[in-house]
Write a protein that binds this ligand. Structure first.
Ligand SMILES: [Zn+2]
Length: 468
């Protein structure tokens, strides 16, 4: 599709839903060099409004702040935000109804469910305008690399299992000028070759997707004659949802001859930080207040872990369901970042995020499937998954996956059937899945919760299979 037509359709669909994306982008572009004292005033103005609204109209905050003996009159500046208690993922999981605003539009909200990359799926909602502001922050940054809304995008994301959701996603792909690496989590060479050919006809301006998929595709393209691909160089590659490792960034940048835009955010709060061409990770002060808090149980941690800081977000436009001092569940290890970026943009900088790294499932057939597939299962289990508080999976050997489940009284065996069937359909017909019910999910040696982890040395196992 012509990018201008796509841009028009995106803008039109936004306006029909009651939001104005292009206006929000222009607003953000006008404030990216705003002096910091002015930005602080703008943030305070938004924060004061949000906190008043939350106290008056959101039962959860009214109750919690009363319990903590907090009076609104104590909150008189940005610094006073620290007087308010944190909001954790389990608070959100357990108080969805009480976290929703009693006033404001009930209809036309965007309802979502996080995929549970930290193993705790939860529901959230937000206004269409708040969603538009999140997109606008992304597009403001993409513009630094010459990318505009409607530009052709090659996409490396999964597709919802469920038919209606999948159909909706396909329409969005069409309107937004995106072509997706289809085939649920199948990263075989044949699939990648077909996609590379498809890109020759489509001629994307940029790629967007999971770091591990992008780097695998880059390795594949790098092993072939690059001149046969007319879409190289790209303007940029957007890496999202996972931690981008240095070696992955290098292979992506070398192969596609462009820079990687590394973005960090979460579905429930939007974009938190994004890299500029000068390599600074810029926060989005117009949308969020970012704080860095001491880790929980800090005294029990090793010296390295003690220096980590948890990311805490106040989403300034979250009126429908306020996220105030929300612990996203990710952390940064490097707080020693420059105060300002050489690009001249004034927003606060932060270090790269530790956290979500995904691994591959190796099937008995010798195929690789992205470990995130189990995230999608948690997200899409629907009514079958209501009794699942959290879950994670681990592959101990090539034939067996173990799923650990923390359940409540609503749990039914429907969930086990769903996971077994989804595994058979989307991963492997012969891979066995076992279930273990636990009170607390097992953590990796560094204390992290991962939705999927593997004990298998995949390269060694694959070469063994080749030789057999
Ligand atoms: Zn910068």
């Amino acid at each position: 599709m012509n990018p201008a037509l796509s841009r028009y359709l995106i803008s039109l669909s936004q306006r029909l839903s009651g939001a104005d994306l292009l206006k929000r982008i222009r607003e953000l572009q006008s404030s990216e060099y705003m002096p910091r004292d002015q930005m602080a005033e703008l943030q305070w103005c938004k924060m004061e409004g949000l906190i008043n609204h939350a106290y008056k109209h959101v039962p959860y905050y009214r109750r919690t702040w009363n319990e903590h003996g907090i009076k609104l009159s104590q909150i008189q500046s940005l610094g006073d935000l620290k007087k308010l208690p944190f909001l954790t993922k389990s608070d959100v999981q357990n108080n969805f109804d009480d976290l929703c605003s009693e006033i404001g539009p009930r209809k036309n909200l965007q309802y979502g469910r996080t995929s549970g990359s930290s193993a705790t799926p939860m529901n959230y909602c937000r206004t269409q305008d708040s969603k538009a502001r999140f997109w606008a922050a992304q597009y403001r940054a993409y513009a630094w690399y010459g990318i505009r809304p409607g530009d052709k995008q090659g996409r490396f994301y999964g597709m919802p299992f469920e038919q209606a959701a999948g159909a909706k996603e396909k329409i969005k792909d069409l309107v937004m000028n995106r072509r997706r690496l289809l085939g649920m989590f199948d990263l075989s060479e044949a699939r990648l070759a077909t996609f590379a050919e498809q890109m020759n006809r489509f001629r994307p301006v940029y790629f967007n997707g999971y770091a591990s998929w992008l780097s695998r595709f880059a390795e594949f393209i790098g092993s072939r004659t690059k001149s046969q691909y007319n879409w190289i160089p790209l303007n940029a590659v957007v890496s999202t949802s996972e931690v981008l490792h240095d070696h992955q960034q290098k292979v992506i940048e070398d192969t596609f001859e462009c820079k990687v835009i590394n973005e960090y955010g979460a579905a429930e709060i939007g974009l938190v930080a994004i890299s500029c061409p000068h390599r600074g990770y810029h926060t989005v002060p117009e949308n969020n207040i970012v704080e860095f808090a001491l880790p929980d149980n800090v005294h029990a941690l090793g010296k390295d872990e003690q220096s980590h800081r948890q990311i805490v977000i106040t989403d300034l436009h979250s009126d429908a369901m306020p996220f105030i001092r929300y612990k996203v569940g990710d952390s940064v290890s490097n707080l020693d970042v420059a105060d300002t970026c050489s690009c001249g943009r004034t927003s606060q900088l932060m270090g790269p995020v530790q956290g979500r790294t995904f691994q591959y499932v190796l099937t008995p057939e010798g195929e690789l499937r992205h470990g995130m597939i189990y995230d999608y299962m948690l997200k899409l289990a629907g009514p079958a998954g209501v009794g699942v508080l959290s879950a994670c999976t681990r592959q101990r050997d090539i034939h067996t996956i173990t799923m650990y489940i923390v359940k409540n009284e609503l749990f039914t065996d429907d969930f086990l059937v769903f996971v077994r069937e989804s595994t058979r359909e989307h991963i492997s017909p012969t891979l066995q899945i076992e279930f273990e019910f636990v009170d607390e999910l097992p953590r990796s040696p560094n204390g992290k919760l991962q939705s999927f982890a593997t004990d298998i040395d995949i390269n060694a196992e694959l070469s063994k299979m080749k030789n057999d």
